[in-house]
Design a protein around this ligand. Structure first.
Ligand SMILES: [Zn+2]
Ligand SMILES: [Zn+2]
Length: 295
């Protein structure tokens, strides 16, 4: 599996000189599987640049097929979709019907009961109040799939989704192919009793790579615990590098990648978050735009 990170920021895009190293785009990860499928997780603003890159290949000719898995439909995970150029490649006949063989095929997966339905949400953000092109007018063929909490087989890849703890819900994913496992769990908050969410454990168990939400410093997450004042982030649906490392240790993960960097954190603070995780789990790395992993 070839994995590339195109967006690693949480909540809102933050371009600027303080975020140059890790990047300011919101969540998007590209995966190429060994059976030659293109899979993508989330359509944060990072997907715009991925789309431009894809146009250089068969997606530029309307001959591409991809599988896009949504964790949930908060803005920072869908906002790049209207700017994903492969969705605009294709021809229509005189009756407005898509011409077979000229249109890319986008398979979009999401949970129907975690948020409002994926289709309704994507359609909503492209209504003319917000965006000039309606979802109907995209040239690509778009197929919506409800993934729920079951394992599905996509080519030779086993894909498993599980609900995690986040306001209005979120799905974490586990992708397995030829004995290699990639687990993705962003926008999730750890239980307050010190346990590990059993669903997260299922996703992360013995994963070659676990991507996990480490948005806050522990003292930002719960200032009181450190004798500090300030707004508590408990219940906001995100986690810390300490928790990330704990999950990685307890679940036998080989490599831990921290993601969903706080928009208030400059590069140097993200480096500190990485150090906190590394003290507890040495094989930790804070994700940055352009990071490539091969497992
Ligand atoms: Zn988010
Ligand atoms: Zn969210």
């Amino acid at each position: 599996m070839y994995i590339k990170f195109w967006g690693v920021r949480g909540s809102v895009p933050v371009p600027g000189k303080d975020t140059l190293f890790y990047g300011g785009n919101t969540t998007c990860v590209e995966m190429h599987t060994e059976d030659n499928q293109l899979m993508i997780i989330d359509a944060g603003t990072g997907i715009r640049l991925l789309g431009n890159e894809l146009l250089k290949g068969k997606f530029g000719k309307g001959a591409g097929i991809l599988h896009l898995y949504f964790t949930h439909t908060h803005w920072d995970h869908i906002q790049g979709f209207p700017f994903f150029m492969p969705a605009y490649v294709g021809q229509r006949d005189g009756n407005g019907k898509r011409v077979e063989g000229t249109c890319n095929l986008l398979n979009l997966y999401g949970a129907s009961d975690v948020d409002a339905r994926l289709e309704a949400t994507l359609r909503g953000q492209m209504e003319h109040f917000y965006f000039p092109v309606d979802l109907e007018y995209l040239s690509a063929r778009i197929a919506f799939h409800s993934i729920e909490e079951k394992e599905i087989q996509v080519g030779k890849v086993n894909v498993q989704a599980k609900k995690l703890n986040h306001p209005n819900g979120v799905l974490g994913y586990r992708f397995e192919e030829n004995g290699k496992t990639f687990a993705f769990a962003t926008d999730c908050e750890h239980p307050s009793d010190g346990s590990i969410d059993p669903n997260l454990r299922l996703l992360a168990q013995n994963a070659d790579v676990l991507v996990y939400d480490a948005q806050y410093f522990p003292e930002e997450y719960n200032p009181k615990e450190f004798g500090k004042t300030g707004l508590s982030k408990i219940g906001w649906g995100h986690s810390t590098p300490i928790e990330a490392a704990r999950v990685a240790c307890e679940c036998g993960v080989k490599k831990l990648i921290l993601t969903h960097h706080d928009p208030l954190h400059a590069d140097e603070q993200i480096r500190k978050i990485e150090e906190i995780a590394q003290k507890n789990f040495p094989n930790s790395l804070a994700a940055y735009e352009g990071l490539i992993l091969e497992i």
